[in-house]
Design a protein around this ligand. Structure first.
Ligand code: UD1
Length: 370
């Protein structure tokens, strides 16, 4: 049996790593090919993750790099098609909701290959988000849909996906988290930055809707500074956001010393460095999907700087609070997060470190097509 998996961006690497490991453990008769589209390419956005997660080197690198949505999606489609034609895998496995995910699913399906989507069924119900379009289109053409929670199952059923195509397997992000928690502890990033456990916050922001407009970005940053005047806030900054901060002349909003109150910028962190930092944070402030899930598992209070989330289970079962992106909502949500105690007693069903094994079980024993 031949399985071809696709990664493209930072949040894809921790989803495919446990699946690659579970396939290796199966050994007999499975060839696993890895394609990296190259949507993310910097050492800090890509290379460090392969090292941290012990992902094998990709068999193919499409090297597509940055570009508009159409440019990225089209470049991936054009470059993966000959590989799929030559390799003819039994299953093309895509993860998440980035442009690389949709591009590979679409190309594979048009070649009549079986497509499996990991992290299917998540819906923000906000079609202005490029990721929501990627999710809807990928799920509509996938043969096997692996879900992380029952909200996702319900969304897929409502959209007409047949029950036998939906497999509730749990969350591969949590597989990676559990596999690397020990090495994350050894990173001691908070210690190196001079921070006491529980006495700092971590911030990430990268969504175009939050960072591409000067007024919006300034309002978010200023509300956070107002709500947490006494707390050091570590901000590992995405390259897109760093560019916007410079373009919009917002550099004076940040402090130059970590460990002092205020927002301190660092380069993007590796996977285990990031885990270490969020595990010991008083709270995490973010617009990332993955961090909403990781904080729920770790019990770290999370304030999501968005109007909606495609991961409602992190609110109903976890530590997540939706703040919106306006000053009053951000002040309220941070005040609430300050009142919360870290909590690890409520975890979503099947977020237990074995999701990848369940996926591999379905791929290797189940009927791949109706
Ligand atoms: C992409 C995903 C988003 C995901 C995010 C994780 C889509 C539509 N968006 O957004 O869902 O949450 O990845 O980070 O697929 N850049 C670098 N180095 C890199 C990669 C990017 O400098 O290695 C810069 C470039 O200026 C680029 C910009 O970041 O133009 C944005 O990168 P891009 O891949 O277009 O999207 P992300 O914002 O990272």
């Amino acid at each position: 049996m031949k399985i071809l998996s696709v990664v493209g961006t930072r949040p894809n690497f921790m989803k495919v790593a446990p699946i690659a490991r579970a396939l290796r453990a199966k050994r007999s008769g499975i060839a696993h090919l890895l394609v990296h589209t190259g949507q993310h390419y910097d050492a800090k956005m890509s290379g460090s993750f392969f090292a941290d997660l012990e992902l094998p080197d990709p068999d193919f690198n499409l090297g597509i790099g940055s570009g508009s949505h159409a440019e990225q999606t089209a470049a991936v489609m054009i470059r993966i098609e000959p590989i799929l034609l030559e390799q003819r895998p039994d299953v093309v496995l895509v993860v998440g909701d980035v442009n690389s995910t949709l591009a590979c699913a679409l190309t594979a399906k048009k070649l009549d290959l079986t497509v499996a989507h990991v992290e299917a069924g998540l819906r923000s119900f906000d079609r202005t988000m490029p990721e929501e379009i990627n999710r809807l289109c990928t799920d509509a053409i996938s043969d096997l849909l692996f879900t992380t929670d029952h909200f996702a199952d319900d969304n897929l059923r409502r959209e007409g996906v047949a029950d036998h195509q939906i497999h509730f397997v749990g969350n591969v992000m949590i597989d990676s988290l559990l596999a690397h928690l020990k090495s994350a502890e050894e990173r001691n990033v908070h210690g190196q930055l001079g921070l006491e456990k529980g006495c700092y916050a971590t911030l990430t922001l990268h969504r175009p809707a939050n960072v591409d407009h000067a007024d919006k970005l300034a309002e978010i940053i200023d509300a956070i500074r107002e709500a947490l005047p006494d707390l050091p806030i570590i901000f590992p900054i995405h390259p897109r956001t760093r560019a916007r901060v410079a373009d919009f002349g917002l550099s004076d909003r940040f402090v130059i010393t970590a460990g002092k109150p205020g927002i301190f910028l660092t380069d993007p962190l590796s996977y285990t460095e990031s885990l270490n930092l969020i595990r010991h944070a008083r709270m995490v402030l973010t617009d990332s999907g993955g961090l909403q899930e990781e904080t729920t598992f770790l019990g770290t209070p999370c304030v999501t700087l968005r109007e909606n989330t495609e991961r409602p289970v992190t609110i109903s079962q976890g530590t997540n609070r939706l703040a919106g992106t306006r000053r009053p909502g951000i002040l309220d949500a941070i005040a609430e997060a300050l009142r919360m105690q870290p909590c690890t007693t409520r975890r979503p069903d099947k977020w237990d470190g074995h999701a990848a094994e369940r996926i591999v079980e379905v791929l290797t024993t189940g009927a791949l097509r109706p």
